[in-house]
Design a protein around this ligand. Structure first.
Ligand code: PLP
Length: 361
């Protein structure tokens, strides 16, 4: 029997066990064809059906309106930092970027190569000194778009509301929060996400783009990043990452079997609360994010003595609790609780944390 291991990696992250088992079962013989899905031509009917089903399942799960295109592209989340700017700054080369952490700042650094970027600091400090998120910004009503990162994977900061940007299209880097709860897609101009957290293997990026935004690209946009060209070619202008797209499709089917995003949202909230409540009640661990801005997906926490970090990680690993080391910028620990993490994994983590705290207090 396999030993149960819980992988708290921020990404590439844990995928649902059933998805991995299904992929394994059909790895060398896909649907009786005698070949792997990886070996199928992307232009053949068998693969086209896989691709179309994945798109339809994502549309169903997120209730994506018909006036949005869904693209399956390459280059991960960071590729989209460039693609967004190249696709939206051809006519009006200025954009507002709300910065709240490392990933939204990285998006700025790519957009600045393309146009005029105005940076809006989206961080606030609460009365108790904890980190929070601004709820209003001095936006430019003539900007081509407003970009933000709804969930900062490194700092563990998450918006629990959608910013109102009026008529200016809102662009969201949802890499680490997509599919974690229901959202109203119609509030966004573009939603994009690197796949390696809640979707599937790294390298793939999913882009959901409103059709009226497909006509303002810079002339120098590379064809594989050109949303209009890719939409016209059903994301198959060149050979797509076929296996990653197939695996994403298995994840979407798994999500449907779980009951969809309402059920996932409830589960994710419950999992996150379990860990935050334990940390808040403890004087051994702490989390420095204000409750209004705490991420359901990525939960950084510190031990009261940094000198115990190595022992914590080593003992956690021995109990099958993997990849808890925090990002080097934040230090301490980080538990990522994406969709594939069962509640039992969070319960096991809390039980271990409690034992560790008692032994070291
Ligand atoms: N945006 C966010 C919020 C992320 O968490 C990450 C990666 O972890 C990225 C972008 C970059 O994604 P990629 O490594 O696929 O380029």
């Amino acid at each position: 029997m396999e030993t149960m291991v819980y992988n708290f990696s921020a990404g590439p992250a844990m995928l649902p066990v059933e998805v991995m088992q299904q992929a394994q079962a059909e790895f060398r013989d896909f649907h009786g064809l005698g070949v792997s899905v990886m070996e199928l031509s992307h232009r053949g009917a068998d693969y086209m059906a896989v691709a179309a089903q994945a798109e339809q399942d994502l549309r169903d799960l997120m209730r994506i309106p018909d006036n949005y295109k869904v693209l399956f592209l390459q280059g991960g989340g960071r590729g989209q930092f460039s693609a967004v700017a190249l696709n939206l700054m051809g006519i009006n080369a200025k954009a507002d970027y709300i910065t709240t952490g490392q990933w939204s700042k990285s998006a700025v650094s790519e957009a600045e190569k393309v146009g005029d970027v105005r940076i809006l600091d989206g961080l606030t400090t609460a009365a108790d000194g904890r980190q929070g998120l601004a709820t209003s910004w001095a936006l430019d009503s003539t900007a081509a778009y407003v970009h933000y990162c709804p969930n900062e994977t490194i700092e563990g900061l998450e918006y629990h509301f959608v910013p109102d940007t009026g008529d200016v299209p809102l662009v969201a880097d949802m890499s680490s929060t997509i599919l974690s709860r229901p959202i109203d897609v119609s509030k966004f101009g573009i939603i994009y996400a690197g796949a390696q957290k809640n979707i599937g293997p790294s390298g793939l990026a999913v882009v959901i783009v409103r059709e009226d935004l497909l006509n303002q690209a810079c002339p120098q946009v590379p064809a594989i990043m050109d949303y209009a060209a890719m939409a016209k070619a059903d994301s198959m202008l060149n050979t797509p990452p076929t296996y990653a797209w197939y695996l994403a499709g298995l994840v979407f089917q798994w999500l449907k079997r779980q009951g969809g995003l309402e059920v996932m949202g409830e589960r994710n909230k419950t999992k996150a609360e379990l860990l935050y409540n334990y940390v808040d009640a403890s004087d051994f661990y702490r989390n420095e994010v204000h409750p209004s801005a705490r991420s359901w997906m990525n939960i950084p926490f510190q031990l009261k003595d940094d000198g115990l970090n190595d022992a914590f990680l080593k003992e956690a690993k021995a109990e099958g609790l993997l990849a808890l080391k925090g990002h080097r910028i934040v230090g301490g620990m980080r538990a990522s609780l994406y969709n594939a993490m069962p509640i039992e994994g969070v319960q096991a983590l809390v039980a271990f944390m409690d034992k560790f705290a008692k032994r070291n207090s």
